[in-house]
Design a protein around this ligand. Sequence first.
Ligand code: GLP
Length: 249
Amino acid sequence: EKVHSVVVKDSAEGSLAIAQEIADLIREKQAKGENCVLGLATGSSPVKVYDELVRMHKNEGLSFANVITFNLDEYYPMDKEAAQSYWFFMHDHLFNHVDIKPENVNIPDGTLPVEEIRAYGLRYEDKIEAAGGLDFQLLGIGRTGHIGFNEPGSAVNSRTRLITLDHITRVDAAKDFGGIDNVPRKAVTMGVGTILKAKRIVLMAWGQGKSPIVKETVEGEISSSVPATFLQKHENTTFVLDPSASAEL
Ligand code: GLP
């Protein structure tokens, strides 16, 4: 086993532990008068983490006033207000319920003309660097082995860019879009190289459906055919798994 992994009782326990680590980091940075730069993920996996963070804001006075966030990805093309947009997801699950400053929220823009995306990606990277780099990156994993939307074939040094979604990813997204024909064919995503620069990475995987890709990612050869295997190169990555997701390890 090449990646450090922790098996928790269930996704509720794992999500609480992850939220606690994020809250501790926010408070530690706050005490030093520093910003806390978080890389955030969408999908079903992080929902309970965001629920816990909202609860900590409401019940424990956890403040997001010093937090700057960068989301991993967005479908392309995608309007911000669309129900399936990651912009909507993040506001619905987290940002609308905490005291983060709107100007500190960064989510890849799914509305740009295609010819502007390359320069936009470079600016997104610059903005992460200018904020001091990602202190913490939260990740889910797709059945194709994607992190963010870095599908098979993504290079270890890839940067924020436009990608073509894998067929399996579009199948998995079909339920959210009322059928595969409505799922966008492309997305804007942080690159593998962008993700690997984070000082700390936590990947969560819940449920049986993730167990084959978790095994490949944790135990397999490092290869762009399973982009998540590049996490084996990162010094400070932990996989948080429930018993079903870890079943094949
Ligand atoms: C989408 C996101 C990924 C996420 C993946 C897994 O493809 N772009 O960042 O990790 O879904 O989704 P879920 O957590 O719903 O299984």
